[in-house]
Write a protein that binds this ligand. Sequence first.
Ligand code: B12
Length: 438
Amino acid sequence: MASIEDRIKDFVRARGVDVVGIAGPERLDGPPSLDLSYTMPGARSVVSMALPMNTDAIYDFLCKRSPAPHNLDQFLNYQRLQRIGKELADFLVSRGHRAVGVPLSADYRRAIYVFRPRPAFSLRLGAMAAGAGGQGWSGNLMTKEYGASIYLGAVLTDAVLESDAALTPRYFVDGYCMKCKRCARSCPSRMFDAKEEEYLLLGGELHPRGRRNNIDLCHISCFGLHSLSADRRYSNWGLHWIESWVDNPPDGGNPLKLIWDMFKRGLTAGDAWPRFDILRVLCSVLWPQEIMEGVPGLEDLPEDEAERYRILAEFGRRMGVGGIDAYPIPMICGQCALVCGPTLEETAERYRALAESGIVVPGPDGRMVRVDTFEEAQEMRRRYPLRISAYRKMRDALDSIYYWHRYYFGFEPRSLVQSRLYGLKLKKAVRKRRRKEP
Ligand code: B12
């Protein structure tokens, strides 16, 4: 008779997921967000799953043709992963276990400072523990099949499952990233270093990634608050620039200045809350069929950009999020993951597409316009400045402060203790490693 582990894998493979791995209780020793009991008390094992991003949509995004296909791809795949997660959880329940599908993002632990979120459960760490992939230089989860351009899902269960073989901690960094590191160049704000390493401690082993200059740089790029690359050669799909960064890109060395710049820009953007909220509802709610009605598949997306935005905005409104109708594009960046393909050649090709793509800025009727050079982009921004009313700015600032605190503010001694203990263990392991180095 087939084992429960084989049945689980057959179950998800039958639904089109070819990257799947399992981690049992002995694998779950790592950062606080690998503690399953925070999300599901009594959980002992994780089933991790990955779906690939659509490659044509990636090229449309990186080449600055359109951000709409990649955004639709994420909308559809986050719903698909939630559906498969729920079906797998139901399957495990029918076999006498307890099980839940994990929210795919925006499910954070409560903290005093809410704007540097810590996931309740980290899908990347779960996937590493389950052998579905390994950590890449960017910190993204890489898979052998698709590189880092993937979406992750997971189911937690109280069943004690047998673990799959995990990849060695340096599997991707030594075998792939050391010859590439294009992810570091594709991050507009240079969030992580191209040379120096830092580590995650998982199962007593140090897993390398590029040293982070400051995680806020990632938030600033990914939420489109500063979309111009440090070398001014390309941008992501964000609407804004932080003016003082154009001539002096930050290096992460002054964290307070970075936080100040982030708030000054974020709280005057006029649409910061709905842009985050759409991701929150998309990743934590499995929407019924009537909400998905009329949402086309990628192959049926119309050519006309305005019509594409109308479809995405309508989908957002049906999920209860309005206020970004003119530019309903929540996935603005993520370029470090998008460029990272299954082979070095494919990654080089994607990076070339990005590096030569130019800069997008808001144009005449608010539509994004692509230009070749920094000088042209500056001229467009001067001619067509974004006009956001004082009322909208104020309302959005208040919404952002209120909702982030409502959903994520709190004091959790358990998280603090876990974080402190993990920090101490990590320091000790890094010291030990340094002593051994020649
Ligand atoms: C937070 C988050 C973001 C943030 C920050 C990203 C970042 N660089 O960490 C933002 C919004 C900017 C973001 C952007 C993106 N994300 Co994102 N994001 C997440 C999320 C919610 C958690 C990431 C995570 O695992 N952090 C925890 C650990 C691994 O990160 P860490 O900072 O190193 O943690 C350290 C400390 O924080 C501490 N620690 C860990 N946990 C805790 C808990 C407590 C309480 C404390 C005190 C400390 C602590 O220990 C760690 C080691 O030192 C996951 C969904 C999920 N629930 O897993 C998606 C997820 C990782 N994102 C994903 C994607 C696709 C993206 C984007 C490509 C954008 C997009 N959607 O297209 C970009 C990529 C940018 C990048 N370089 O990561 C995918 C995975 C992609 C991949 N291949 O890995 C995920 C899994 C979503 C999904 N369901 O598919 N993301």
